[in-house]
Design a protein around this ligand. Sequence first.
Ligand SMILES: NC(=O)c1ccc[n+]([C@@H]2O[C@H](COP(=O)([O-])OP(=O)(O)OC[C@H]3O[C@@H](n4cnc5c(N)ncnc54)[C@H](OP(=O)(O)O)[C@@H]3O)[C@@H](O)[C@H]2O)c1
Length: 248
Amino acid sequence: MTLNGKTALVTGASSGIGAATARKLAENGAKVGLAARRIDRLTGIQQQIRAAGGDAIAIAMDVTDAASVQAGTEKLVAAYGTIDIAFNNAGLMPASDIETLKVSEWQRMVDVNVKGVLNTTASVLPYMIKQRSGHIINTSSIAGRKVFPGRAVYCATKHAITALSEGLRLELSRKHNIRVTCIQPGAVESELFEHVSDAHYREQMEKLKGEMTFLKAEDIADTIVFALRAPPHVDLAELFVMPTQQAW
Ligand SMILES: NC(=O)c1ccc[n+]([C@@H]2O[C@H](COP(=O)([O-])OP(=O)(O)OC[C@H]3O[C@@H](n4cnc5c(N)ncnc54)[C@H](OP(=O)(O)O)[C@@H]3O)[C@@H](O)[C@H]2O)c1
């Protein structure tokens, strides 16, 4: 299926997996809404996409704020007329042991990783239902399939996204012709680890980078484009994408 002329909303488009996917979607002819909080970053990516002949707009959006998400989605629809693809990708992983009680980081993860996805899903669904087509892609993780020490809350949020994705697929696929894909990457090079405040886990992740070759954000972007380009009768419901050297 071609992506030419399709409209895509990408959250977390200011860095990592979101930025790489936004670029790849634009290369494939999609019109892309680049959504995140760091508008300067988004503007830079928008300029690069346009300079390469693609089409994109920068949208300041905080996914934890339902009004901000709604306004951003409306801005995208005002620019391009519709919305065909929603990549719910914004997320964070401040790893720490539960006993350290970093409650505000737990709440932040729930707000961004779970409530953020619910906010964007609610904002795009009416358009997709009305046009009887759409593709929602949610970024879960290997942490949405397994649980790791130091990441109990992160794993809980990603398990929630895995479950939500399957629930969306069950309710939306046959009834509204909306495809749902849950992508579950292993370790990917990005800015994700930079927000870890816990010294032990920060060190652990830095060490890990020297021990194995991480996926590139572009590897995930390629996988997403593959899922989007599948024929309309094919829904790649789950994609578990791992670095070859990640044996855990
Ligand atoms: N890297 C990995 O190893 C890995 C593995 C599996 C899954 N994942 C998942 O992949 C997704 C993307 O992460 P990444 O690895 O690409 O990390 P990243 O480079 O840190 O990107 C995270 C993105 O989320 C955005 N974001 C954070 N809070 C937000 C908010 N309140 N509103 C809107 N946007 C917000 C950030 O933009 P602003 O700061 O500009 O708002 C940024 O664009 C996350 O869901 C992550 O859990 C990552």
